[in-house]
Structure formats: structure tokens, C-alpha cells
Design a protein around this ligand. Sequence first.
Ligand SMILES: [Zn+2]
Length: 252
Amino acid sequence: MNWNLHFLGVGAAHAVELGSSSAVLERDGAPLLLIDCGPDTLDRYVAAYGDVPPALFITHTHMDHVGGMERLFFRLWFDEARRGRTRLFVHAALMSWLQARVADYPGVLAEGGVNFWEAFQLIPCHRGFWLDGQWFDVFPTRHHLPQTSFGLALGGSFAYTGDTRPVPEMLARYAAGTELVAHDCGLVGNPSHTGIDDIEREYPQALRGRLRLYHYGSVADGAALAARGYAIAAAGERIALPPPAAPRPDAG
Ligand SMILES: [Zn+2]
């Protein structure tokens, strides 16, 4: 088996030309899991794969990460073969936020008679979840209020931070081996996001060598990060991953 992380978008919220940050985990060339669904993500996904995603994980509920979910609802609901089949993994602490952001608006369909979540197979999670025989760890990150943003890790293979300040304690726990670490990073940090100076202060050299930086502000910012010696991800890029390790004994 071969595993890839396919970045659909790598931009900060205002970096429209880079796409909303999202990625697809591929196994043997087939999409297994989409991470986040911003306003442009579904178009990019369908252009790449010709279908809707089989599974989706949401890191947090800022609109550049969930703004495409209403359109995904319509795609799923009006396709009887797909309706209710896309698994949606959401940390339990995010559910009330996600409900308010995308599912509470009255009249999901003008005709009535439909609940938003009936289009999906909603799977709340806490420590992580199983998907097609693999255990995925879900861990809290640092992006605004506590317990409102979460990263994802597949042991041995990769971690994806979502939007966050540095989380050395989490990466030491969930991505301490061979994992590629896709990490939020711009040229300059702020109270919501990581900057390159934060990376250099917070993370040891061995971890910095496994980083792929995304969620930067522009093409020029990406080039500047690369010029400082860091690997960046580009929109549309597929990055080969190490194969997952066997699930830990305490998984699940
Ligand atoms: Zn955010």
C-alpha cells in the first residue's frame, strides 16, 4: 500500500489564491479521508476525484474550514446512492458550534421535511476514531478558545495540526516517530496561528525536519518560508507518507 497526503488548499483565510486549507489522505491512490471543507474545497475535491468524499474530518468551525458543508449537504442529499453515507468525524466538543454554524438555519430545504444531518453519517468522537481498519488520534490544539480546535494523527504516517499555535506537547505524544507533520505556519505568528519564529523556538531540530508548512499568507510568504530552509506544501501537491504503524494497544 502507498499513502499520500494531497493538499487541496494551503492558504490562510484571506489567501484566496492558495485555496482554503484542506487535504485528502489517499491510500493506493484512492481518497480515504478529507480534512476540512472550506468554501472552495468541494470544487477542488470533485475536480480531483470526480465524486463526493467518502469521509470528512473537521478540525474546527471557522468558515474557511466548514463553509463548504452546506453545498456538500446538497450534493449528498440529492444523490440517493450517496445520501447518509459520507462519514463525518467531529470532536464531540465541536458539535454545538458546528450545529450553530452550518445546520441550524431554518428550512434546510425550501420544501421542508429534511434534517441537515440526515445527509451525512455523523460520528462524534473524542480521543479518535476508526476508519477502514486504521485508528486516527484526535488531539486538542491551540486556536482561540480551549476545546474548539483539534488536530489529527495517523500513527507512524502523519499528523495534521489544523489552525493552531505551536503544540509541542501534542506532537511529542502523537507524532514523535516517523510521521510527516503538516503544520499551520505563516511568516509572522499571531494569537491564533503559528509563525516561523514560533516553530524555531518551540520545536526541536528533528521535528522541524519532518514539518510541511501550510496555511501561509501568499505565494511570496511560502517562498520566504522555503528560503529559510523549511518544506512547504503547495496547493494540489501530493506528498508521500510513511505507512501507518499498527494501532497502539490503547487505541479505540
Ligand atoms: Zn481557524
